[in-house]
Design a binder for this molecule. Structure first.
Ligand code: MF3
Ligand code: CO
Length: 256
């Protein structure tokens, strides 16, 4: 499938939706604390989205090949869970955990996608490092998201930040085009070669989302058929923004 160039009207809706999503995810992040359940975070996120007149994009979403629709609005992935963790009433966050919160929002028919990994209370120095490197990798990827550059330039920039730290880069999952659907072309891997892949053009919208593990790169899919976990049980981090390709600087849509 070809990469969609968004219309001016779609871009206006994506800007507004992205801004709302950025604001909401910040609010959800502020709720993260020891003693809070992952389901409370989900319910709060969903409430904020609906109050704005928008829809949670992940609820009942069934990607091609998935065996069941995703059953919640927010993906909540704790410690060794990488992404797509399903929120639960009896999963209570505790001091020292790291929690990835990943949320999609549908505004006026357009989709934006955004994730953060946040500390629960005080976390170890090594976990702090994991989070900051992942954030730095996302920033490096975003910097390359410009008209005329290629997808591989983004992938290479992300990998270059992570490599010296010897963290495992998740291979099975990647960034993606976004806007008319939650997942569109192109596929945006978190490792790769400069100067390869599709050429970026003004009006394309992509989600960039590095996922890195403290240990090895290998993942396992849990028996719920959704939650990706690290194979070796080490902690994982995940940050994601939805980006508009412009004639000039990359425009981060998912921030307040
Ligand atoms: N941000 C997630 C991704 O790009 C979207 C998850 S959709 C869900 O993979 F259905 F799994 F929640
Ligand atoms: Co995504």
């Amino acid at each position: 499938m070809a990469i969609i160039i968004k219309t001016e009207k779609e871009i206006e809706a994506l800007r507004e939706g992205g801004k709302r999503l950025g604001t909401i995810l910040q609010k959800v992040a502020q709720k993260v604390a020891p003693g809070v359940s992952t389901m409370e975070l989900n319910d709060y996120a969903e409430k904020l989205i609906r109050e704005g007149g928008d829809e949670p994009a992940f609820l009942n979403y069934k990607p091609y090949g998935a065996s069941s629709p995703y059953p919640a609005s927010l993906c909540v992935s704790v410690n060794n869970e990488i992404v797509h963790g399903i929120p639960k009433k009896n999963h209570i966050l505790k001091e020292g955990d790291v929690v990835s919160i990943d949320l999609g929002l549908k505004h006026k028919g357009t989709f934006t996608d955004h994730a953060l990994t946040v500390p629960v209370g005080k976390i170890s120095k090594s976990a702090e490092k994991l989070l900051s490197v992942c954030q730095e990798a996302l920033a490096a990827g975003i910097f390359e998201a410009r008209a005329g550059n290629r997808i591989g330039d983004i992938s290479f920039a992300i990998e270059s930040v992570i490599k010296p730290h010897k963290y495992g880069i998740v291979r099975e999952l990647a960034g993606h085009g976004v806007g008319r659907e939650i997942h569109e072309d192109p596929y945006v891997p978190n490792f790769g070669k400069k100067g390869t892949g599709a050429v970026l053009q003004k009006g394309m919208v992509i989600a960039i989302e590095p996922m890195i593990n403290e240990g090895g790169k290998d993942v396992v899919l849990a028996s719920d058929d959704w939650t990706f976990k690290t194979k070796d049980g080490t902690k994982s981090a995940h940050f994601e923004h939805t980006i508009l390709i412009t004639d000039g600087e990359p425009e981060i849509l998912t921030q307040s």
